[in-house]
Design a protein around this ligand. Structure first.
Ligand code: FAD
Ligand code: MLT
Ligand code: ZN
Length: 476
């Protein structure tokens, strides 16, 4: 039997046994699901399935398990490592979660909410605000990524310093396992020591162990106020010293601490409309930091005093504190514009690394020197969540300095050099974006044999037929 008729028979079986699940097969319908948003990966698929209920998805998975069909869960398709794109075989089934998008419950007194996986992150934030609460996960992609995708990648973002990663914000998970069984653990408890933490295993598993269908999330009271500063610092060492000063003075009120090089500000101002540099002082590095509080406090005064102290200590060259919500928004828009500006500026290489915060200055010095010595036409645009030790250590080829093909040819050597330096500093080659397809070989290189064995054993135990997102994370 040829592949086309085998696919036809498989589809027929899925249609028969999974009534109610929309199965898209027409090229114009499936196209948006077959490439990642950076257009690095282009796959083919048997079909795209769009279940609306857990029961439908469970039936679908049970059928895929029986027939040995590989499945690729897909949320908002905003991730960076190709984890949501099917391979080129045309034999895998993409399962889109977008139709499972109900807010099931909000328990304001318990500071928790239960939402379905297909809810957009922005929808979750709004629903929490509507109930007088605050859900702190914040990413530039909030309007298009889904909470299921956030949990599957254990997303980080702009508020990790104070509130933690997606995993830290989760109390319970519901998921459909590879054989169609439903893992129901939507408890909204802060304390629950009853055996292995299975929900944490599913979080960050990038669709390789099961499909997350809903989650119970932690909420906070609505923030009472914030104070946001854009600060010019001489170098990364000064930024890290400022971080320590702010943590000492503001404690838990320090929500965000982002490090931005001048190159990133210039790119954003050049390529993204309505952005402008907040400070006249030209500096090599800037910090965007924010204090937040749940009670009525003089946050501007606290931030101002701490920045004055930092200026006296020679750490700060210039600073502006947002005088209005509009100005605060403008600071953050500038920060959030950087990935899109980089995309428009020309081909590039992205890294999503973390090292201990104390090692950031030495890492940046060594890695920058390597780039200057080996990638002379490239412009370093290393920015990110320095408060968490996480930088997007990216390099762009501006103004036609190289073609995308030339950059792709250089990428393996660059990646190896940067990641070896990360490893030498005790860091991680994927701080928040995950492994997907892009970093399968990197995971193998920088992870111990014992850890890899444990991961493979877990994968085999939960997905013995290897149908969950084949080729991703651990590879084949
Ligand atoms: P997808 O891209 O659809 O999928 C990601 C992975 O999760 C895939 O492996 C997929 O198979 C799996 N998956 C998706 N849904 C499910 C599910 N329900 N069950 C099981 N597996 C599933 N990321 C950060 O961490 N921090 C940032 O600051 C950040 N900023 C960004 C800014 C921009 C402008 C953009 C475009 C992206 C940014 N990202 C950031 C990356 C991305 O938005 C996150 O990784 C996000 O969590 C992915 O969610 P998604 O719904 O788009 O997932
Ligand atoms: C960010 O922090 O802006 C993202 O995680 C990185 C990116 O979008 O390139
Ligand atoms: Zn980031």
């Amino acid at each position: 039997m040829n592949l086309a008729s085998a696919a036809g028979i498989t589809l027929e079986a899925l249609r028969r046994r999974c009534a109610g699940v929309a199965l898209l097969t027409a090229a114009e319908d499936t196209a948006p699901y077959l490439s990642d948003h950076r257009r690095l990966y282009h796959g083919r698929a048997l079909a795209v399935a769009l279940p609306q209920t857990v029961a439908q998805l469970a039936a679908l998975m049970s059928c895929c398990h029986e027939l040995g069909i590989g499945v690729v869960p897909q949320g908002g398709n905003t991730s960076y490592c190709g984890g949501a794109t099917p391979d080129e075989s045309g034999q895998q089934l993409v399962i889109g979660l977008g139709r499972m998008n109900r807010v099931r419950a909000i328990d304001a007194a318990n500071f928790s909410m239960t939402v379905e996986a297909g809810c957009l992150l922005e929808q979750v934030q709004r629903a929490a605000a509507g109930a007088g609460c605050y859900f702190p996960l914040e990413l530039g992609s909030a309007g298009s990524c889904q909470i299921g995708g956030n949990l599957a990648t254990n997303a980080g973002g702009l508020n990790v310093l104070r509130f933690g990663m997606a995993r830290d914000l989760t109390l319970g998970i519901e998921a459909v396992l590879p054989d169609g069984r439903v893992f129901q653990r939507l408890r909204s408890l802060r304390k629950d020591n009853t055996g292995y933490d299975l929900k944490s295993l599913l979080i960050g598993s990038e669709g390789t162990l099961g499909i997350i269908t809903a989650a119970t999330l932690k909420l906070w009271p609505q923030r009472h106020g914030s104070s946001t500063a854009f600060v010019a610092v001489a170098d990364v060492g000064a930024a890290i010293a400022l971080l320590a000063l702010l943590r000492g003075a503001a404690g838990e009120r320090l929500n965000s601490f982002e490090l931005l090089p001048r190159a990133a500000i210039e790119l954003a101002c050049r390529y993204i409309p309505d952005t402008r540099a907040p400070l006249g002082t030209a500096s090599a590095w800037y910090v965007l930091c924010e204090l937040g509080s749940f009670v009525d406090e003089q946050l501007d005064e606290l931030l101002q005093n701490t920045l004055a102290q930092a200026t006296s200590a020679g750490l700060v060259q210039d600073a502006a504190i947002a005088a209005s919500e509009a100005q605060r928004r403008a600071f953050w828009n500038l920060r959030e514009a950087i990935p899109e500006a980089q995309r428009r500026a020309g081909p590039g290489v992205k890294h999503d690394i973390s090292v201990p915060v104390s090692a950031l200055p030495a890492f940046v010095a060594e890695a920058s020197a390597w780039v200057a010595g080996h990638v002379s036409e490239g412009t370093l645009v290393a920015y990110g969540h320095a408060g968490d030790g996480n930088l997007h250590f990216n390099i762009n080829w501006l103004g036609g300095a190289a073609s995308a093909a030339d950059v792709a040819a250089q990428e393996p050597v660059i990646r190896r050099a940067i990641h070896d330096l990360v490893a030498a500093h005790g860091g991680s080659i994927s701080a928040e974006h995950g492994i997907g397809r892009l970093k399968v070989a990197e995971l193998q290189r920088y992870t111990s044999a014992v850890e890899l064995d444990m991961m493979r054993e877990i994968k085999r135990a939960l997905d013995p037929k290897g149908i969950m997102n084949p080729g991703k994370l651990l590879g084949s």
